[in-house]
Design a protein around this ligand. Structure first.
Ligand code: BG6
Length: 477
């Protein structure tokens, strides 16, 4: 548990937390904003939708005052494409811009560095209707136009740009993190095509950041799970290598080496899933390498070589009930790997492994392979918090973060370049899959899936613990 005296993080280490636009802002159709694909996908799930979310759009000043009280030096948020360009392209929406102007200025005024994500799952619905969104190559140009607009407008105040959030998760849950028309649902190649379009858009924007922003640095936030083999049998160790290549290196090799890993790409070709490319695509990707990595780490994963009777392409399905063991399905890539529960690790109620050691493991592994600076851009424990007498005693979350911070500290001692900790999430947000049943925030938001109540902000015990962590630059964790 917290409270032990430990060593500080390096000088200048960034402390703060993260959110994303559709999960926190609300005002989904206010002041000229039109719907994003996430606004639409979240309707009718049985959980809350994004129309009000945590009402940050109207309460950003109160929220920033709380960030300041906690001692934040940085805050990660995302821009909403359909708030700025309601139709995805064309004229910018003045009211939408006003919101982000105010947000950025209020952060800067309070000494909090804005760390934005340009794209966090929320493609404008208008572009889905127009040309099926990311499935179409037209998305690349429209995304670059949107991103370039932001870079030009905010590049004087914002130097570190995270371009795309969690491409790895977008591929894994391609029909949940994208509005993909039914006609494509049976074709898994489409998810790698979407990913390729994102790679092109991101690389082009990275280049623009270097050209247009003085001192600008490009990055991406990757959803990263180190993969462990079930045991030391050669086949299971091979499955581990296969999964590392397709689930992790498949993204990071693009970002930092400008290429797809050969083995994983060949595997996709053999199975008819490789993306269609045009001449010159790999030059675009090579010219748009990124400068730093945002690491979103929640859980490690475990694999084995597929059993003969389970050797069929299977897509992952999340545990939606929050009952331990009710995981929908584990991913299987035939003759490559089969995901499974790690028999040696505990999980939260949604079957996400709790593994602080994995944090040290992945930081060292990524650093040795790519030698790039990293910021932790998400890390957190989803739980059913209980509000009792105006307080939330989330000691389980303090314990989770405390152990992950110690792992980060150890990785730094061993030479890894980690520059900040921006856990998930600042206030409670709309979970991507479990509404407000599963909460992550340092600050409780008084609402649930059925009733938006008064949306009051109530700092949890973890908020006060984190305040001390920040005040001691990590020594109290
Ligand atoms: C990351 C996302 O995948 O994990 C966040 O970047 C998300 O948007 C977070 O909220 C936790 O996932 P979930 O499904 O529990 O909300």
């Amino acid at each position: 548990m917290g409270g032990n005296i430990r060593k500080e993080m390096p000088k200048g280490f960034l402390w703060g937390a993260s959110t994303s636009a559709y999960q926190v802002e609300g005002a989904a159709e206010e002041d000229g904003k039109k719907l994003s694909q996430m606004d639409v996908l979240n309707r009718g799930t049985g959980f809350a939708d994004a129309s009000v979310a945590s009402d940050h759009y109207h309460r950003y000043k109160e929220d920033i005052a709380l960030m300041k009280e906690c001692g934040f030096t940085a805050y990660r948020f995302s821009f909403s494409w359909s708030r700025i360009f309601p139709d995805g392209v064309g004229e910018a929406n003045p009211k939408g811009l006003e919101f982000y102007d105010n947000l950025v200025d209020e952060l800067v005024k309070n000494g909090i560095r804005p760390v934005p994500t340009i794209y966090h799952y929320d493609m404008p619905m208008a572009l889905v209707e127009k040309y099926d969104g990311w499935v179409s190559r037209q998305s690349v140009d429209d995304f670059v136009a949107y991103g370039e607009f932001l870079i030009r407008r905010y590049g004087d105040r914002i130097k570190d740009w995270l371009i795309i959030n969690e491409q790895s998760i977008i591929v894994e849950f391609w029909k949940k993190k994208n509005y993909v028309p039914e006609k494509y649902h049976g074709d898994p190649q489409v998810k790698f095509q979407i990913n390729h379009h994102m790679n092109l858009g991101q690389a082009k924007l990275s280049k623009r950041i270097h050209e247009l922003v003085e001192g600008g640095r490009s990055g991406a936030a990757i959803g990263y799970s180190p993969v462990y083999g079930l045991d030391s049998t050669p086949k299971n160790m091979l499955a581990m290598l296969n999964a590392e290549d397709l689930k992790n290196h498949f993204f990071l090799d693009i970002y930092f080496k400008g290429k797809y890993p050969a083995g994983a790409f060949r595997y996709l070709e053999e199975h008819g899933m490789a993306p269609v490319m045009e001449a010159g695509d790999m030059d675009i990707i090579r010219e748009g390498k990124l400068d730093f990595l945002g690491v979103n780490y929640y859980a490690s994963k475990c694999v084995r070589f597929p059993d003969a009777d389970k050797n069929e392409l299977t897509e992952a399905k999340s545990n939606l009930s929050g009952r331990k063991g009710a995981m929908g399905a584990y991913e299987v890539m035939p003759d490559f790997y089969q995901y499974m529960k790690n028999p040696n690790a505990d999980t939260n109620d949604w079957d996400w492994t709790i593994d602080p050691t994995g944090m040290q493991y992945l930081l060292r592994d990524i650093y040795e392979r790519y030698e790039i600076p990293m910021i932790i851009t998400e890390n957190g424990l989803g739980a059913r918090d209980v509000l009792e007498d105006g307080k939330v005693h989330d000691d389980y979350r303090i314990d989770y973060w405390s152990r992950h911070l110690q792992a980060i500290h150890r990785a730094i001692e061993l030479g890894v370049d980690v520059r900040g900790f921006l856990p998930w999430s600042f206030v409670d947000v709309l979970s991507t899959s479990n509404g407000y049943q599963k909460r992550y925030g340092l600050v409780y938001v008084n609402r649930d899936d059925e009733d938006i109540k008064d949306l009051a902000r109530i700092p949890k015990d973890s908020f006060y613990w984190y305040q001390k962590v920040i005040a001691t630059n990590g020594a109290h964790c």
